[in-house]
Design a protein around this ligand. Sequence first.
Ligand code: NAD
Length: 526
Amino acid sequence: MKILVTENIAQEGIAFLKAQNMDVTVNYSLTREELLSSISEYDALIVRSVTKVNEELYAHATNLKVVGRAGNGVDNIELAGATERGIIVVNTPDANTVSAAEHTIALMLSMSRNIPRANQHIKSKQWDRTLFRGVELKGKTLGIIGLGRIGTMVATRMQSFGMDVIAYDPYIRSDKFEKLGVEKMEQLSDLLGKSDFISVHTPKTKETIGIINADSFKLVKKGVRVVNCARGGIIDEAALYDALTQGIVAGAAIDVLKDEPHPISPLLDLESTVITPHLGADTFEAQKNVGESVAIEVFEALKGKLVANAVNLPTLSQQELEHMKPYLTLLERMGKIYHQIHHDAVERIVFTYKGDFTHRNTDPFVLAFIKGLYETVLDTPVTYVNAKLIAENRGVTIAESRVSTTEDFNNSVKIEIHSKNQTFEMEGALFGKKEPRIVSINSYPVDMTPKGNMLMIENNDSPGMIGTIGLLLGQNNINISTMNVSLSKTLKPALMLLTVDCPVPDDVLSQIQNQKGILKAWTLKM
Ligand code: NAD
């Protein structure tokens, strides 16, 4: 089989493929035209983040069966086009976890002992030891925001330094915290008030951009030290600069900047910062792991084996996929709704299939729902292959049942999502030519196509509420495409669901939330 490698991967990966008698072409300087004119010869393509694997390429890639992405994200790969053609896309999300955790710790230690400045000092042939007195980590409280793969590794390693580790991650069940001996913080503000060191390990999402901001620095202990080895922008750099210059924060260790790769942050000018140019994953071992993992995954996928890090759903035939697509779209979009409303740890999900849904293989439905559920809160792409494992690792139990009779719809799926403090319930159905619809949310009957930008509002059932929302959105130049108003038989507030032509900015959402008669409002992005 022929494999083309267009971007640099570790030699170990190439050697592995050659040892399996694969015919490997390594060419890092192909022009786009050369790539397009030669891709039809290859069964697999291995890339990093630069090669665009898109419709244009697929149109020429008549033999392509597997695309390997050496690294984590898959932004440069059009997944839908690959899936439609039965091309498997694989990546290597775990290969750099240890390196990133160790770099976090290296930064924390360098900062607490002023190592970069002391190093510079002595190399300029000076000897004034009084300038660099540091602090110990032992006995200090480390606050971790985001207890995923890297956050967990940092937590367990820093416990061996004698640190008390506390963490804030609302999407993780309490038992994981207990097992790790990490104290769970219910609110971010609790973590801010208790920590001597704060380290962020969340993905960069709408919710986490600026999660540490000017307001956060009003709550921290004076003299706290902060670390960002996750993504630039999770800590607001201007607010951090102010907090450092005002002496609220004693030091900051940063591997990732908002405007990288342009070193323009004001943080670069401060003595109290230790900054590296995004080196978290840059170790020989991580690069070797990435190269080897992508090679193994591509080889196994070419051999038709089940691949742990497949990103798309090629195990269904194109015909099956075509048939299942509307169901999967519905379930995935239903999954996306939950964490945009509730920021908590899901414990149990109960699927009840009705009518037409009961005659199908429901495994992909569960996967599609979990994929949507976790996509908005995890850094790793949640895929049809790893979705079940992710749910299992998070302690989520799944139950499924089938009901042959339906009340209002020919086919529908009802999903109950249980967390520690509540149960959220929604029902979806396929209308007409299999158009996905949400038909009920928490006992409110609705009729909504889950699509694009949406608004969900709980309001008092009193005159003028529709006008209030319409006016406010109009004043902010936001066009309403559809609007649903629903009254529950048992609950007092009314529920409004709207689809709008563009995203609703946070300040407009706050204005809505402040209107008389509005109880709660959320933006939902499908
Ligand atoms: P992960 O997906 O395994 O874990 C992320 C955790 O964040 C999850 O447990 C999730 O529940 C939690 N989370 C999501 N939203 C949250 C919120 N609002 N508040 C609190 N917790 C929240 O990701 P990971 O592999 O551990 O990666 C963590 C970060 O490190 C990512 O931003 C990733 O891009 C970054 N990273 C950086 C480097 C580097 O070179 N510096 C290398 C690898 C990864």
